[in-house]
Ligand binder design. Structure first.
Ligand SMILES: *[C@@H]1O[C@H](CO)[C@@H](O)[C@H](O)[C@H]1NC(C)=O
Ligand SMILES: *[C@@H]1O[C@H](CO)[C@@H](O)[C@H](O)[C@H]1NC(C)=O
Ligand SMILES: *[C@@H]1O[C@H](CO)[C@@H](O)[C@H](O)[C@H]1NC(C)=O
Length: 314
């Protein structure tokens, strides 16, 4: 029932030097969307660079997977409360102003309290150049199930045009150690948020050794994950073939699709005979993170990424 589109994913790209994982729109990284990942040109490339064929295609807005998420992930009501001017969460300042060169005065901070996590808001640092409204952005975030969403506490939303800030060339990414998702407003759609949240789950909720969120190693760096990938010999998608962290986030997409729409994986045309290629990864993922990729959970305040309390005067 889902059509598998071919030109849909970009080659995995990982922001250098920081715990930041960037999803690039198609064609930005490499004009060839499907080169089998090659360890000579990409040292992070996994499992000989092979990935599930036909590919699980859900990286692009209005692709089969995105439409499925938009249909089967319910939105949640929320309330917005704008901060008085003058303060910005330190991670929004560090990434938005220091690293990405947006003007601090152009941001408004909002507490966003979703009905599935009453009393415990997220913060959206919202740039005035964003053509989408804060309500539209919060609605997209609200689709991410609470038990997944609790791996983050901050969203940093930028404008979409290069002329808004010629020094910024990114799309959407995750700074898992800060519980932060950052990106252009146009990149806030269901499937990209599912992918980005996967990085925060990997580091903050599935981490084998984090005493508190943001302080441990990613599960995708653990032997349990590497062994599963090795046993399968295939990444979940072309994007996932780029590195273990990307492959983990891509596996999350597959698991979530199957969770919200039982049989969803098999319904992707043509993947039926090949899903056994990723069976070990699906099992390893479900073991550590499956409980977060469910719709019937509220947030767990003991595990939720802490509300940002370090503030910068702006
Ligand atoms: C299944 O995977 C193999 C190996 O990657 C590939 O050759 C084959 O075409 C795939 N099957 C389908 C139905 O696409
Ligand atoms: C969300 O808000 C709408 C409109 O105010 C209301 O009809 C609906 O019952 C609310 N849903 C939930 C789950 O609170
Ligand atoms: C935002 O939420 C925090 C944490 O619950 C709270 O302390 C603060 O007063 C709220 N700010 C606004 C403007 O609602």
């Amino acid at each position: 029932m889902f059509k598998t589109l071919i030109l849909a994913l970009a080659v995995a790209a990982q922001a250098p030097g920081v715990l930041g994982y960037q999803l690039q729109p198609r064609g930005v990284v490499n004009r060839d969307p499907y080169p089998f990942c090659n360890t000579k040109t990409n040292p992070n490339c996994i499992a000989g660079g092979k990935y599930l064929v036909p590919i699980l295609d859900f990286s692009v807005q209005r692709s089969a997977g995105d439409l499925a998420y938009a249909k089967y992930l319910p939105t949640h009501n929320f309330t917005l409360s704008a901060w008085p001017r003058g303060k910005m969460p330190e991670p929004c300042y560090r990434w938005g102003v220091t690293a990405d060169h947006w003007k601090p005065a152009d941001f408004t901070m909002y507490n966003v309290t979703f009905t599935d996590c009453a009393g415990s808001p997220w913060v959206v640092c919202f740039n005035k150049h964003s053509p989408r409204t804060i309500k539209q952005i919060a609605k997209e975030i609200s689709r991410i199930p609470a038990a997944m969403r609790q791996s983050t506490s901050l969203y940093l939303v930028y404008g979409d045009q290069q002329t808004d800030n010629p020094q910024y060339g990114g799309y959407i990414g995750t700074l898992a150690a800060d519980g932060l998702v950052v990106g252009r407003s146009v990149a806030y759609f269901a499937t990209s948020l599912v992918h980005e949240t996967g990085h925060a789950v990997d580091s903050n909720l599935a981490s084998p050794n984090a005493p508190r969120p943001g302080t441990g190693a990613a599960f995708s760096a653990s032997p349990a994950w590497r062994d599963a990938v090795r046993a399968d010999g295939y990444a979940v998608s072309a994007y996932g073939a780029g590195s273990h962290v990307e492959d983990f986030a891509e596996t999350g997409r597959a698991v979530l699709l199957d969770t919200i729409y039982p049989g969803g994986l098999k319904a992707l045309t043509g993947n039926n005979p090949n899903l056994t290629q990723i069976a070990n990864q699906l099992a390893a993922f479900r073991k550590v993170a499956g409980g977060f990729y469910r719709l019937d959970r509220k947030c767990d305040l003991r595990r939720k990424f802490p509300f940002p309390t370090r503030l910068v005067n702006v």
